[in-house]
Design a protein around this ligand. Sequence first.
Ligand code: NAP
Ligand code: MG
Length: 507
Amino acid sequence: MEKTITSEAITETGEMKRKHYDMVINGKRVAGAAGDTFETFNPATGEVLATIALAQENDAEKAVQAARDAFDHGKWRKYPVGKRSRVLNRIAEIMRQRFKELVKMEVLNSGKSVGAAQVQINQAIEDFEFYAGAIVGHRGKVNNMPYGFFNYTHKEPVGVCAQIIPWNYPIMMAAWKIAPAIAAGCSVIIKPASLTPITAILLNEICHEAGVPEGVVNTLPGSGAVVGDYLVKHEAINKVAFTGSTPTGKDIMEKASKTLKRITLELGGKSPNIVFEDADMDAAVAGSLFGIFFNTGQSCEARSRMFVHESIYETFMEQFIAKTEKLQLGDPFDKTTHLGSIISKEQLEIIDGYVQSAREAGATIATGGKKLHLEGLENGHWYAPTVITDVTPDMKVVQEEIFGPVVVVEKFTDEKDVIQRANDTTYGLGSAIWTTDQGRATRVAHQIQAGIVMVNSPFSAFPGTPFGGYKQSGFGRELCVETLDLYMEDKSVLAYYGAKPINPFGV
Ligand code: NAP
Ligand code: MG
């Protein structure tokens, strides 16, 4: 237990206290062996926030050895389950005590609105509480056997896990990964996104303060192409859990196959949002608006393809566009801000490039469609919430994940036809249906090829709901009880207790 390594990131008056963050290996803060560092930014202002130790391959090797040693020789997985559960609850408790600080750092490093950060950090806390409870009741079973035999399934942690996460929900993704893995008894190495490393490092420090033994949780800030790649190929890593883009997920799957690692992939999406003619109009407008624009559209389950029944299209779109234009962008710490900044200049250009392509292909930009220059935030990366209509299925904006505040809208007339169009994508992560007809809701929900269907709900998940994709959105489910099994092996213990010895060869 390395209680000494935790310390606040900000002062009581809210000033940045730490201007440099080291990686966390074996319960200690460590600089990289080569002494390299990189800068991390506040994307809302463009200012440098802090420097971060840059992990290279030899640092990754140290992390693997520490995690391996903790798993093979350490006590964490041998603790009674109640004790692991208590530590997870303690992590949640410390996070709650340090809530304001975590929110502040998350907003500073990601540019998201303070409201969004609060919701996400609350969820990260609840993830630890959820798995603290779930692991206690998670057990193997006794199986029916022929007379004299006894067989039980012993659930054992899978081993050392590399967990590679994206920048859109920095601490929440870290919690989604760490909580079930350590609840199961695994050791982990977190590879945060290079754009947003700070809160994952803070969370790792909190894990130690809460009593997670050294080596069980390690954090390696560094390039995905270097240390991420190193971990994915490493023989001593048993599992890779990845959230991020589909191309990187495919690359990881290919590399991890060489050592047959267990993998979980939570990848991109192009989720449909279907508004039927019998929808509650107010709820559908508000929920569809949130469905695309929350987290500034930088979300894997963003409902970015909207289908609206033609009989309500005019009325719905009038309200939807009017509300889109009411969304406030600006200082992420201002409580009235709905949308924070885009994560980086590169991402801003990608988004703008998609919108340009739609323009050139003849679509209509109903609102938005431009970079914004906000007073006092001129060096930040800002994009207007954008609604694109008159699109055709072949357009890039309809096919590809944009990962920004951009929604494409199509009309439909027929239920069967809209299901077919909703499924006409290589992705299958989220989907939303707005209807007051329960029969229709069920019928459509069961035909949509996606891991998540929201019925009249603006929210896609809570701790306990399975989260994950069909098709090229990946596989494996996170956030739910079953996730624990993705961090465990079912060992079959088969014993013979019959009165007479057995001599199968008869010799
Ligand atoms: P990405 O390449 O998938 O990165 C996600 C994570 O994987 C980061 O930690 C990254 O590290 C790491 N990584 C990158 N290349 C790797 C490799 N070869 N081996 C192992 N790990 C690797 O995503 P991105 O480049 O940040 O964003 C690109 C696009 O992905 C976005 O425009 C968006 O469309 C999509 N995206 C999707 C999600 C999602 O939740 N589905 C999340 C983020 C982005 P570095 O940060 O050091 O590169
Ligand atoms: Mg990348």
